[in-house]
Write a protein that binds this ligand. Structure first.
Ligand SMILES: [Zn+2]
Length: 261
């Protein structure tokens, strides 16, 4: 039952109403881990950190990852990168991958109707990332509350990602570390071990949650998990501009552009 783990993960994510992203103040979904039907013993876990960098959090996260021998991906917000690029440089120097998480992180791209705005959200951040960018040009959208759905992209954003050969990285584990920082470790463990390959979204934000990162990693290792930097295929619907799966569930009809640009 370990074939196509990512696709399975996305299905499970939808079934559980999994949410993510610190932009939203929505009330999170009810606890659901106990109802998951499968527990993998040899789970592979990939860690990603969104919405930073943050000077009071990101360095501690990097210290923890170095101590634990884990490489991850940081999906950075362009607006923050302007003054804090040194933090992304340190992450890059430690072997972590740097990805694009929009410039302002204010509106999910799928909700934007004004032409040019969605593409600019991606382009401005990529310019700031500059030579720290991974060759696959990693981009992670957000849905507000972390929902996988048509709020992730509008048609303009999709065309832009394809034209500029971006790799779109989604997720299959959301543990609400930003909204319920006290209990995220147990939720993340339960949800991760329900996947053959878990792609976990965390946030290097000043919520206090990342003080427990070391405990999460240690507990996952104790249960038999291994950590990998690359993403499960089923969480990557666009690879270097090429569609690898149906993208329709993640694209809204919002934008007034009619031709590829
Ligand atoms: Zn986010």
């Amino acid at each position: 039952m370990r074939d196509r783990p990512g696709a399975q993960g996305l299905t499970a994510a939808r079934a559980e109403g999994i949410q993510c992203c610190a932009a939203s103040r929505k009330k999170p979904a009810p606890e659901s881990a106990g109802r998951l039907p499968i527990a993998y013993v040899m789970t592979v876990i990939t860690l990603t950190f969104d919405n930073g960098p943050e000077p009071d959090v990101t360095p501690r996260v990097l210290d923890t990852l170095r101590r634990q021998g884990i490489r991850a991906t940081f999906f950075v917000v362009g607006e923050k990168l302007r003054e804090r690029r040194h933090l992304a440089e340190r992450a890059h120097a430690d072997g972590h991958w740097i990805g694009n998480h929009t410039y302002t992180h204010r509106m999910p791209l799928g909700t934007i109707t004004e032409p040019g705005v969605a593409a600019a959200e991606i382009e401005r951040t990529e310019k700031l990332i500059g030579d720290l960018a991974h060759p696959r040009r990693l981009f992670r959208p957000f849905g507000g509350g972390g929902q996988l759905g048509p709020r992730l992209l509008n048609r303009e954003a999709l065309r832009y990602l394809q034209k500029k050969a971006y790799t779109c990285v989604l997720w299959n584990v959301i543990c609400h570390d930003w909204s319920r920082p006290d209990g995220w470790v147990e939720r993340a463990l339960d949800l991760s071990f329900a996947q053959a390959h878990a792609l976990v979204v965390l946030h290097d934000l000043p919520t206090g949650a990342m003080r427990d990162l070391d405990r999460f990693i240690a507990a996952a290792k104790d249960r038999g998990a291994t950590f990998a930097q690359d993403f499960p295929d089923g969480c990557v619907p666009i690879e270097r501009g090429q569609l690898t799966a149906s993208i329709a569930p993640y694209v809204s009809g919002n934008d007034r552009c009619t031709a590829a640009s």
